[in-house]
Write a protein of this length. Structure first.
Length: 335
């Protein structure tokens, strides 16, 4: 009872400090209704070595995850083999053929984690922001990540509040066969993806490794069971990675539109502003800094805040923005 009163006081105090998100903001895109999923990771967040190891093994053998010696090839236990397979698919680093069991690296997966790839050892902070975007961009596979970042409208919350809300969303979306326990486990993995773990001698040592995305500082634990999204500027988010996310979002949700409202990019379901937890000032700053070669232009005339894109940007492949970023990083490292 004492703990509950303490948590309630923390929530009230923190929520009074955090401006409420305005639900009346106009949103001009209509995302399709995802087929929600809340399992597949075997309760493990992904780890630093998993993605490079998974992609490289797949390049050598597309059936590696279904082989009897997969545990030996990947150097992990059976459940972790399934988890690596899940994360490679959820992050769109691999395509998964559920019928034949074959898994193949995507273009992004190969170009990122091949031995001579852009970031083969997951050392670039920009890659972490990219992986975060790839994950939240997958509402059909990583539904909790999509919902929590881009549809949940509280910055301060408890584990139970988020769990109960996702259960209601899943039920309202027709997902009647999902059990509350599966969503609780999914929320637990979601939080462990971003919040550094505590030392717990009761848990197996392999459960103590933090997910790389914890470095982004997107969520912090205020006290036991109370969490806060860190909304504001993102100093380590490269403009090219943001541009890639903006291009992907625009192509997915509003491909036929030449303009997007500022509030849509900031608050819309699946939007970059919501995914990266940006404040109005932070989003304005990064939109102003977008280079002209991307083909985006931020306009604040006549009291309207609109983002415009050129015809050239519509035909440009999103991955070309990543090519420019990693080429720039390579030049910087060589200098």
């Amino acid at each position: 009872m004492k703990r509950k009163r303490r948590v309630d006081r923390t929530l009230k105090r923190r929520r009074n400090r955090v401006p409420r998100r305005e639900s009346s903001k106009p949103v001009h895109v209509s995302p399709s209704h995802p087929k929600y999923s809340f399992s597949g990771h075997q309760t493990f967040p992904f780890r630093y070595t998993w993605l490079p190891k998974g992609v490289r093994t797949l390049e050598e053998d597309p059936t590696c995850f279904s082989r009897s010696d997969a545990m030996v090839a990947l150097g992990v236990g059976k459940n972790m083999v399934e988890s690596i397979r899940f994360w490679c698919g959820a992050l769109k680093l691999a395509t998964i053929d559920s019928r034949g069991g074959k898994v193949a690296p995507t273009e992004l997966g190969s170009r990122m984690f091949a031995r001579r790839g852009w970031d083969p050892y997951l050392e670039d902070p920009g890659t972490l922001w990219l992986l975060h975007w790839q994950l939240v961009e997958s509402p059909d596979v990583a539904s909790t990540w999509f919902l929590a970042f881009t549809r949940w409208n509280r910055d301060v919350f408890t584990r139970h509040e988020l769990t109960d809300w996702i259960i209601r969303v899943a039920q309202d979306g027709g997902k009647r066969n999902v059990t509350p326990d599966s969503i609780r486990r999914d929320v637990d993995v979601f939080l462990r993806t971003y919040v550094p773990g505590r030392v717990d001698l009761r848990r197996p040592p392999e459960d103590s490794f933090d997910c790389p995305l914890a470095e982004l500082g997107l969520i912090r634990e205020l006290e036991d069971g109370v969490y806060q999204f860190n909304r504001g500027p993102k100093a380590t988010l490269p403009v090219e990675i943001f541009g890639y996310a903006l291009k992907r979002y625009w192509d997915t949700y509003a491909s036929g539109q030449a303009t997007l409202g500022f509030e849509t990019v900031l608050y819309g379901p699946g939007s970059p502003g919501a995914t990266f937890k940006m404040s109005e000032g932070a989003l304005t700053s990064i939109l102003d800094s977008l280079p002209s070669w991307m083909g985006f232009r931020f306009d604040e005339t006549a009291g309207l805040r609109l983002l415009l894109r050129s015809e050239r940007s519509q035909s440009t492949k999103a991955i070309s923005l990543l090519e420019r970023y990693y080429a720039k990083r390579k030049r910087e490292e060589a200098a």
